[in-house]
Design a protein around this ligand. Sequence first.
Ligand SMILES: *Cc1c(COP(=O)(O)O)cnc(C)c1O
Length: 378
Amino acid sequence: MQTQQRQLLSLGDPYFDHQEEEAVQAVIKSAWLTNGERVQRFESEFARLHGVPHAIALSNCTVALHLCLVALGIGTSDKVLVPSLSFVATTNAVIYAGARPTFVDLQSVEVPHIDIEQAEKLIDESTKAIMIMHYGGYVADPKAWRQLADRHNIFLIEDAAHSPCAPEVGLHSHMSAFSFFSNKNMTTGEGGMILCHSQEMAERLKKLRSHGMTTSTLDRYKGHAFSYDVPEVGYNYRLDELRAAVGSVQLSKLAGFHQKRAELVAHYREQLQAVVPEIQPLFPKNHPSVHHLMPVLLPSGTDRQHVMQTLKDRAVQSSIHYPPTHLFSAHSQYLGERTLPITEEFAQRELTLPLHPQLTLQDVDWVVESLKIALHGN
Ligand SMILES: *Cc1c(COP(=O)(O)O)cnc(C)c1O
């Protein structure tokens, strides 16, 4: 069978070469494994590329989102507006902080960002922050969201797990959180980062990520300090030197990755239009994006299970982004009497196709041909 000879087209693959290997070896030789100069270098490069003054590296994006809330003083009895259509970590971070998530429905099934007018109506005196998420790498107008936040004197946090170095990301919010998990646009295996604008906040975040201690091991090693105080209870949310070293290499390649992703998405759009025009790509073609995902909308009533099985039989991996958070057993209690009809329709029809820098245009053709077979047979 033709399909068994084909290599699996995976949803997303990391791309490493000798540079990452050498970077890791250098850390091992240096024998300084955490909280050192490679973390500082990775942070300053990341901040500079975003045009934001401060970056704080962390062990993953989930803890980054949690720390944003803690640092902004959000806790018990506060509410935070969140998308239900996101990875569950967005909502979980709010719950870790002791606050309550308020789910906001989507603008539309074609533009699956939370709806700004509905969000404004949901704001009450307990609402302290809004978390937006740049779905699939498509930027969710952070400037407009900041204006809304300012009108109500609340905080704007970006879950930017899909969108490192995307246009405007990090610039307009109080804080933004990034992920370097294995399937993200750039990866350190596990890893995360917060961007923020004030020196005071950056220092607070650095203390909070390291147990709340007032000095770091590096400061003490260099003789800058002999002891420390713990003025508030912090966490161990640090990133190590090995992963920071990988992060710097990945960051240097990110613009190239993004260009490749954009070319593949342009080809997907053309081929879908030509071969299976009833399957819609999301967002207008020129919507600012770093193309983390290749999501499409299947026609209403399509048997998605059958489509996914047909793709699988032809060695094409596919997925759903995301099962809505408000439908999970642990999270449905936060919805109350409300419903999120657009989120639910979207989640029923969405399908995510392979997208990563090592795919070829021919791979895209194969995926689109497979979709045609799934919908119409051979
Ligand atoms: C991956 C992801 C996270 C969590 O990132 P980790 O680094 O794995 O903790 C949070 N939000 C979104 C939207 C994500 O895709």
